[in-house]
Design a protein around this ligand. Structure first.
Ligand SMILES: O=C(O)CCC(=O)C(=O)O
Ligand SMILES: [Fe+2]
Length: 271
């Protein structure tokens, strides 16, 4: 795809789906490095080949950035020269990436709730792109990513929910996140019910079956979630972030040990 078409499609759709962007064997290498760590900690069912990622009974797991950060098989895939050139074309500038990598190891039954990424990373430029990279082959029902059609054009949602920052607390209401005053649910999510979100905005959730090698990239205002993982397998994927190297960056995600969310990133507001 030529860069102009890429940018036009991103503006129009809020995402770009590039099946087969990566060499499958490079994704498999990253996947297996993560699976070996999961096997060593006893998260996998020992009755199956570890490469299949069958979860041990009653496993509850979702977010495991520790398995990605400092893992060269994962970081060399996500921050390669080729990936940086791809995002450079998208931002029409030299690209940089956050130093923090998100990794999802979604146990059977787990899902990600509908959200905009901007509420977690909005302290720099808003022109940041997420790369969602499946490290499993994910059939429908396997917990893959879904995107609410054209939610990046919902101006009212962008002006309300899209202005929130999960690390802002109400100084005058102990323990209350400023977001919750606007009626939003949970740790930055818009809702815990994708169906009601689709009804509220009269839009469809777009889904796909994913293969290792695929790249899905989307904007900070692209509303997304995952389906429930209805398989016995742990669904593996990463999300990583890219922007222009010449625009302000959200410092929570930069440096050798990014501070991330929580106490050190907290800001207070009178609610
Ligand atoms: O993989 C998931 O379940 C969620 C991914 C996500 O929220 C993201 O890529 O920004
Ligand atoms: Fe997200």
């Amino acid at each position: 795809m030529d860069p102009e078409t890429m940018r036009a499609r991103m503006t129009e759709d809020g995402y770009l789906f590039v099946p087969g962007f990566f060499e499958r064997e490079d994704v498999v290498r990253a996947r297996e490095s993560v699976l070996l760590a999961l096997r060593n900690e006893g998260a996998l069912d020992p009755d199956h080949d570890w490469r299949k990622a069958v979860a041990r009974p009653d496993l509850d797991m979702a977010f495991r950035p520790d398995l990605a950060n400092g893992n060269p098989d994962v970081t060399s895939l996500l921050y390669s020269t080729r990936m940086m050139a791809f995002f450079g074309q998208l931002v029409e500038d030299k690209a940089m990436h956050y130093d923090y990598t998100w990794l999802r190891a979604m146990a059977p039954g787990r899902a990600t709730e509908p959200h905009y990424d901007i509420v977690y990373m909005g302290r720099g430029t808003k022109r940041v792109y997420t790369a969602w990279v499946p490290m499993s082959d994910i059939p429908h029902g396997g917990g893959g990513l879904i995107v609410l059609e054209n939610a990046h054009k919902l101006d009212e949602l962008k002006a309300t929910y899209g202005e929130m920052d999960v690390d802002v607390m109400c100084a005058n209401k102990p323990g209350v996140r400023a977001m919750n005053d606007f009626g939003y649910h949970g740790y930055g999510a818009l809702s815990n019910d994708p169906r009601s979100v689709a009804e509220r905005f009269d839009r469809r959730w777009l889904a796909a079956e994913y293969q290792m090698g695929d790249l899905l990239t989307f904007s900070m205002f692209t509303l997304h979630a995952s389906t429930d993982n209805e398989t016995p397998f742990i669904r593996l994927s990463t999300d990583s972030r890219y922007q222009s190297a010449n625009e302000p960056v959200d410092e929570r995600w930069i440096g050798p040990n990014p501070i991330g969310h929580g106490a050190r990133a907290r800001r207070d507001l009178i609610c």
